[in-house]
Ligand binder design. Structure first.
Ligand code: PLP
Length: 428
């Protein structure tokens, strides 16, 4: 088919009539489908059910160092839980603090501590006239939500297949001491699936920052979430902590991860890794607010996942459920949108999302129309700070939760709504 932008009015009108009819048929189906959030499907959650039926013998709650996990104590986690979480954080167990069940909470708390108390003796960020933060876009809406809650000025920087535009990042951090940090999802970035190249990691670690208290919030949420054995065998992001040490900036990064999309979302185990100086500051501040996190859950996770090999095996079972959904997204977008022009999308090797760019000015309208037909997508604009995508082009596709047949219907709706929004824009 000819790209829409090259069609004359009469062909566009014929196309509009065809799409109107298709839209009415879809509406008549009374769909109620949700592709808004990257939640694991029920089948994925079923993979971890043995976690809940761990043997109830008299050693079930005793950790390897003899700790009775039913009781208080152990601020920064059981030794075996640190070992397990170190696999996700690509760091040494003694650099790990195991937290509660949400990495987002750990990130929020880390930010809030710097805001309130400052970084290693520097002025608390709340005392500064303004705090600025670099946000690779499109990015994760809840990262932006953390900053929004504190009134931080967010600076969008484009993300490419190999990470953020580093020329831009280096320029911004060199110029302004009020720029205090950057969000990074280094592997299978939400939503584009970008994987940071080793050069990008080295540049982040070594760049000259005007702020002495600049921090990289390294959210490795999808560290083991490969969609194929090939990706699992070949994709590995350079260790940012190691790169920071080599560059003489050992305290620059805080790493975060969780088992939310490995075991149970919101009921897994979260952890962070950092330098010894960062760790002692974090422990000090953390100890005012918690006596110790849920060690029974830590123990259950260690016994269920065991080690790096155990995690790898478990993630293969997730991939077997997820990969056909990601394949279907690629097929449907190719069939449905490749001919009209001005659309592009990512083909991630792992993670939870596909990032779709539709003709500028059409994303919001396409998402609105889809909702009218009963398909809920992530709000257009959510992948940008303040929910404002200046091109109104990006839509995040989250294919994990619906079944394959529901996903197929939802993608038919999405394709129809994008096409219709574009035709209407051209005819307006
Ligand atoms: N970080 C990223 C990049 C995510 O995509 C998500 C969930 O979608 C989270 C963090 C949330 O993690 P948690 O469940 O550990 O709070």
């Amino acid at each position: 088919m000819t790209p829409y932008a090259l069609m004359d009015r009469s062909r566009l009108e014929a196309e509009r009539n065809r799409l109107d009819q298709q839209y009415r048929q879809l509406k008549a189906q009374g769909l109620a489908l949700n592709m808004a959030r990257g939640k694991p499907s029920a089948e994925q959650l079923d993979l971890s059910m043995p976690l809940l039926s761990a043997p109830a013998d008299d050693r079930a709650f005793i950790a390897e160092d003899g700790t009775d996990c039913r009781n208080y104590g152990g601020l920064d986690g059981l030794p075996e839980a640190k070992r397990l979480m170190a696999c996700l954080l690509d760091d040494r167990p003694d650099n790990v603090i195991v937290g509660g069940s949400s990495s987002l909470t750990l990130m929020y708390d880390a930010f809030a501590r710097y805001w309130t108390f400052g970084v290693q003796g520097d002025a608390p960020w709340c005392t500064l006239p303004v705090v600025k933060w670099i946000c690779p876009v499109p990015g994760y809406d809840r990262h932006f939500g953390v900053l929004e809650a504190f009134g931080v000025e967010m600076i969008p920087v484009p993300i490419r297949d190999d990470g953020p535009d580093m020329e831009e990042v280096e320029r911004i951090v060199a110029e302004d001491s009020l720029v205090k940090g950057i969000w990074c999802v280094p592997q299978y970035s939400n939503p584009t699936g970008a994987v940071y190249a080793p050069e990008v990691v080295d540049r982040l670690a070594s760049m000259t920052c005007a702020a002495t208290d600049f921090r990289i919030f390294w959210d490795n949420a999808y560290a083991v979430h490969h969609l194929s054995d090939q990706a699992a065998a070949t994709i590995r992001v350079r260790d940012i902590h190691e790169a920071c040490r080599q560059a003489g900036n050992p305290d620059r990064c805080l790493k975060f991860a969780s088992t939310s999309k490995i075991t149970f979302a919101g009921a897994g185990v979260a952890a962070l890794a950092a330098s010894p100086a960062n760790l002692s500051e974090i422990r000090l501040r953390m100890s005012a607010g918690v006596i110790g996190y849920d060690k029974l859950n830590q123990l259950r996770h260690v016994r269920f996942l065991k080690d790096e090999e155990g995690i790898r095996r478990h993630m293969r079972a997730h991939a077997a459920l997820l990969a056909p959904k990601f394949d279907l997204v690629q097929r449907k977008l190719e069939q449905g949108l490749s001919d009209i022009g001005a659309c592009s999308w990512t083909t991630p090797q792992g993670g939870y999302f596909v990032s779709l760019d539709v003709p500028h000015g059409c994303a919001r309208e396409a998402v609105r129309r889809a909702r009218e037909v009963g398909v809920t997508l992530t709000s257009a604009g959510a992948t940008w700070p303040q929910g404002r995508d200046p091109r109104d082009a990006n839509i995040r596709i989250a294919p994990s939760m619906p079944s394959l047949s529901e996903l197929e219907q939802a993608l038919d709706v999405l394709v129809c709504c994008v096409r219709a929004a574009y035709v209407d824009q051209l005819l307006a």
